[in-house]
Design a protein around this ligand. Structure first.
Ligand code: NAD
Ligand code: IPM
Ligand code: MN
Length: 357
């Protein structure tokens, strides 16, 4: 059987606290399902590395990481040390682009035992995926600043949509919808106000919908879509969105399921030409870093998505089911404060690893 090489980058803040719990859970799953994982840890991709080296990544990062089957990432960013656009454009966003991880898959599920901040919502009412375009769109480096320092100072930044880029994320989303019982796809748009790129997005959705007659399709402008996430989360099954809209929806959705601390994300290169990257939706959370109270579930669930990506469906499902059992347990003492418990990152991580075991 193959040994899978996993690059581990903990990054900053709570990244360094939740990653060890993600690894603990992965090791438990690997033991139980007889999977061979080999972890190699890297210091780069963190703000401390930047302070020491003047850059976020070593020059040979692409060659180094290309040799791995997957990347297991915590979180990056510490604005007091390095401005966010420098740390993020110097690391995570480079990985997404150079490894052509054009799908950012972000499940959003209300888990048993967690109370939604939305009144009367129960598990089953919120269970959808955000499929976020991950390599182009509003996240572009095309633009500039002119008349700097004068009253006419002007900044501009372009949104980029390519037919290839839009069609491939739509295709992935339609196929995902097709594989789910409800077969429903919702497109996030803003073609009333953003008059060139968003009508183009809508046009490509329409063209793609023709190829998937068994998938029912609707679309909402992003403003009312955010309202509907709160008012009618049960309407959604697969939500496909541009880079920025997907970013916003994938914090809002998990917040509706109780805490963003549980939300995982998979940055996928579906062709397998490059390694895919697994990181929680949340960031480095400077406000709680160092306290040992960060919720490790997002990171652990990322481990499950990574195993499924590597072909171990059953092991991934076992990890998610262990998370669900621990959350549903009447004894809430091991849960972290964001889940209304009194536990720590470690107590919750250990309980989940034992449940996988
Ligand atoms: P954040 O996600 O780090 O934190 C937002 C809020 O959610 C905070 O109150 C935090 O305490 C809470 N939170 C986040 N994760 C949690 C967890 N696992 N358990 C319990 N509570 C949790 O977002 P932010 O404050 O906007 O960003 C902080 C830094 O992280 C910035 O530098 C930002 O750029 C970066 N960031 C990185 C990523 C990433 O690496 N993928 C994602 C988002 C933000
Ligand atoms: C995310 C994050 C990143 C993004 C930031 C940190 C650049 O918010 O992964 O959701 O906007 O993609
Ligand atoms: Mn985000």
């Amino acid at each position: 059987d193959k040994t899978h090489k996993i690059a581990v980058i903990a990054g900053d803040g709570i990244g360094t606290e939740v990653v060890p719990e993600g690894l603990r859970a992965l090791e438990a799953a690997a033991r139980r399902f007889d999977i061979r994982l080999e972890f190699e840890h890297f210091e780069f991709g963190s703000c401390d590395y930047y302070l020491e080296h003047g850059k976020m990544l070593p020059d040979d990062w692409f060659e180094t990481l290309s040799g791995f089957d997957a990347i297991f990432y915590g979180a990056v960013g510490w604005p007091e040390k390095v401005p966010d656009h420098i740390s993020l454009w110097g690391s995570l966003l480079q990985f997404r682009r150079h490894f052509d991880q054009y799908i950012n898959l972000r499940p959003c599920r209300l888990m048993p035992g967690i109370k939604s901040p939305l009144a009367d919502r129960e598990p089953g009412d919120i269970d959808f995926y955000v499929v976020r375009e991950n390599t182009e769109g509003e996240y572009s480096s095309i633009g500039g600043k002119i008349f700097e320092g004068t009253e006419r100072e002007t900044v501009m930044q372009e949104t980029v949509m390519t037919r290839t880029g839009v069609d491939r994320v739509l295709k992935y989303a339609f196929e995902l919808a097709q594989s789910r019982p409800r077969r429903k796809l919702t497109s996030a748009t803003k073609s009333n106000g953003i008059s060139i790129t968003m009508p183009y997005w809508d046009e490509r959705v329409k063209a793609m919908a023709g190829k998937y007659p068994d998938v029912s399709v609707d679309q909402f402008h992003i403003d009312i879509l955010t309202a509907n996430f709160v008012l009618h989360p049960d309407w959604f099954d697969v939500v496909v969105a541009s880079n920025l809209f997907g970013d916003i929806l994938s914090d809002l959705g998990p917040a509706c399921t109780g805490t963003i601390g549980v939300a995982p994300s998979a940055n996928i290169n579906p062709e397998g030409k490059f390694p895919s990257l697994f990181e929680p939706v949340h960031g480095s959370a400077p406000d709680i870093a160092g306290k040992g109270i960060a919720n490790p579930i997002g990171q652990i669930w990322c481990g499950a998505m990574m195993l499924e990506h590597l072909g171990y469906q059953e092991a991934g499902e076992a990890m998610v089911s262990a998370i669900e059992r621990v959350l549903a347990d009447d004894d809430k003492s091991a849960l972290t404060p964001d889940l209304k418990g009194q536990g720590t990152t470690q107590s919750l991580g250990e309980k989940i690893a034992a449940a996988i075991g």
